[in-house]
Design a binder for this molecule. Sequence first.
Ligand code: ZN
Length: 349
Amino acid sequence: MQTRRAFIKLLCGLGAAALPWTGLPRRWQGSLQSWVARPPVKFVRSPAEDEQMDFKRLAAAHLERTAWDDVNVLASSDFGGRRAGTVGEGKAAGYLIQEMAGIGLVPMGSLKQDGKPGFAHAFTIPEVAASVVNGRLVMRPQAGLKSPALNLLGALPGENAEEIIIISAHYDHLGVYQGKLYPGANDNASGVGCVLEVMRRLVRAEMKPKRTVVAAFWSAEEMGFLGSNAFVQSPSFPLARLVAVLNVDTVGNGPTGEFMLWADGLNRAAKACADAAAQAGASAPLGPTNGHNSDHISFAHKGIPAVTLLARNWLEKNHTPEDGVNLLNRDQLKLAAEILYRAVQIAAV
Ligand SMILES: [Zn+2]
């Protein structure tokens, strides 16, 4: 209920930056907001020692979470399959904003509050027609009323704050179709969990990367990469600052260590992932898309080095109601987060 209320506030233009504190005592709010607006690796002073302890305790609860925890939250029936534009996706947005704010990421969206950016980057999506093609549910945009959707972005500032590496995953999925829930545990709660886990690890390690690392969660990927495409058409920071985009999609299933990459050749982003996979003892060759794709292409079309990391067996149960947490291989999920963590170090340090 809290997240839904918060999401509605956000859609009303109040901005994402206010969300995580709406349930806190007023005396905490000002100092907690100023804390989150600062570089996250240091727990800066607060008016009173006991309050400072409260901030640390609040952040610790978020920092201890893992990709597996995130997958179990996002793939639960409470989130209704997270179709873009639905209440279920709004709840997922609320969860992601809480996690990003909870570890002190700096909002990098375009919706503003009090003149400052929040975490959300808003755009619109069309109505869609859903149908099952070759056993997989797919959605195709139609003419008709448009409704709002949100990408979400939060940063860990680097020494050279101007240069940016994006690590990203789409957080939407297919929702409910003909009475059946499509949980999207692998597609793509797994990728979202990896991105969050990597940001938590960077914060826990009190690491100040050379380049700024931005965690981005795209909406409406399942409608044809609409969220990432909206971002490159109307970015919340100049695309010229973007050095590489490391996207993760459906990374949690199949034999441990078997991954693949989609990219237009071995560009800087793809090379970082391939090298990271080798370091982690995994295999991640460039593979054919066979007519499928993911959000990295929105950036590739703009000439930005971009890659998507996937599990080699990503098509297994993909876009079916069986894509639940039971499909996942926890070791594979852990390894995917490890590869992304190492790839960030290669690309951002
Ligand atoms: Zn999908």
